[in-house]
Design a protein around this ligand. Structure first.
Ligand SMILES: [Zn+2]
Length: 283
């Protein structure tokens, strides 16, 4: 690690802990009722990520589904024991935009209770499945604050066909009293917000572009970045879901074999820490 990298504030790395068959884009092809009969690969994939974090001396935040935590308590305890932050991705990976206030509230409260019981720690962070908080369901932030979360990372301020509010604030702001929204990182180039915080873009675009965009945010905006990925992205051998349309197939499967070497590079090129440590005022 170079001296200049050492001097920089860390960025925040986040992992959305769900299995490949729970991804929103694949939902039309895999009924929720079949989830329990599909072999989970999430533990193995978490082990890969935890190993890379340990080798590189970095920490991260794991936004975890209550559904996964109930079935894989040992994997969740492993995350906590290694000093990472456990946070919530809701219980059943239903998009906030598909739920009413009452059902959304019940989902995020259930997940928080399960994760707190399991870890013995306060769960401070929440991320909506598929960044599904938009202009039409801002009431979701009232529910998140009322459930006792202290931050949300549920908005990707980009233009995308499934999610995103392209003109939302790019950096952390208080969205409700006591609740911070920490948007996934974008870099502003030629009046457009480019995705700099991961997702399929990390696999699709050349690695050097991801690095350039994150450095740009650190140096030009003088802000830490928040980057996200999923355990299934380090699993090139995951079973293929048949019948999916070409766009979804491309987005889900492109360059899966490159994720681990790229992640290793990303962990070496920047310092990474938990979202709460990077973005919340420390008491
Ligand atoms: Zn998700």
């Amino acid at each position: 690690m170079s001296r200049s990298t050492m001097a920089l504030r860390p960025n925040a790395l986040s992992i959305d802990v769900e299995d490949y068959f729970q991804v929103s884009a694949l939902a039309p092809y895999i009924p929720r009722s079949s989830w329990d009969s599909i072999p989970c690969r999430v533990e193995r994939n978490l082990d890969v990520i935890l190993g890379l974090l340990e080798q590189s001396g970095n920490k991260a935040t794991f936004f975890t589904l209550g559904w996964i935590a109930e079935r894989h308590p040992q994997a969740i305890r492993k995350i906590v024991r290694a000093g990472h932050e456990l946070a919530s991705h809701g219980f059943g990976h239903e998009r906030a935009s598909d739920l009413d206030r009452e059902r959304f509230s019940a989902d995020i409260r259930k997940a928080k209770a399960i994760l707190e019981d399991l870890s013995g720690n306060e769960i401070k962070g929440y991320r909506a499945p598929s960044f599904s908080i938009g202009l039409n369901n801002q009431w979701a932030f009232d529910c998140i604050a009322e459930a006792g979360y202290r931050y949300s990372s549920s908005i990707y301020p980009i233009r995308h066909d499934h999610y995103g509010i392209p003109d939302a604030p790019r950096f952390t702001y208080e969205v409700r009293p006591g609740l911070m929204e920490i948007p996934v990182t974008t870099s502003r180039v030629l009046s457009t917000n480019l995705p700099a915080g991961g997702g399929g873009y990390f696999r699709f675009l050349p690695y050097g572009l991801s690095r350039w965009l994150i450095r740009r945010v650190n140096r030009l905006d003088r802000q830490p970045a928040i980057f996200y990925m999923h355990p299934w992205e380090v699993d090139p051998d995951q079973p293929r879901v048949h019948g999916v349309n070409a766009k979804t197939r491309f987005r889900h499967y492109v360059n899966l074999r490159r994720t681990v070497p790229r992640l290793r590079q990303l962990l070496a090129d920047f310092r990474w820490d938990r979202v709460d440590h990077v973005f919340l005022p420390q008491t």
